[in-house]
Design a binder for this molecule. Sequence first.
Ligand code: IMP
Ligand code: MG
Length: 180
Amino acid sequence: MTEELRIRKLVSVFSPEQIAGRVRAMAGEIDAQYGDEPLIAICVLKGACIFFSDLVRCLHNKNLELDFIRLASYGTGTTSSGQVVLRKDVENDLRDKHVLLVEDIVDSGRSMRFVLDAFAARGPRSLRLAALVDKTGRRDTEVSVDFSGFSVESGFLVGYGLDYAERYRGLPGICEIVPE
Ligand code: IMP
Ligand code: MG
């Protein structure tokens, strides 16, 4: 974190009620895709932790397992560099398993491209991505979001797990940071 944004205000973008509605709808799509087939849902820490917790509680799959990864990407406060490393790996063997990555927000696409490529090499039966927010305006690496909560063009979002320099993760809704 080298760049410090001077924050003028936070503007609400998605309310807790809107988020809850989208999370339930996404869970319905995921249930329709997998039914009760064994599925490993993987939370990308830390940003997806709140979304993941709400999402898995809406799923009806009786053969769902949870796993967690943590990435480190080196960049400035509001952009990632694309140099991504897996700081914490899953505990499951992914071979022949249905795997669903659960991420907070896809921006350039580099973080998810890195993980999708790394996990594809482990021979899963299927590999899909659920992202609460698909931020489309700065995408420079192709990533397909199979289950998407919201689509936005731009703006730096915080709350509901999303942070700016580790702050604001606990906000119940999603807000956009308006810089000075
Ligand atoms: P990407 O590799 O550029 O797609 O960046 C994805 C990661 O950057 C996400 O997992 C977030 O941790 C972070 N990120 C990107 N945009 C935002 C944002 O608007 N708010 C908070 N974090 C963001
Ligand atoms: Mg993240």
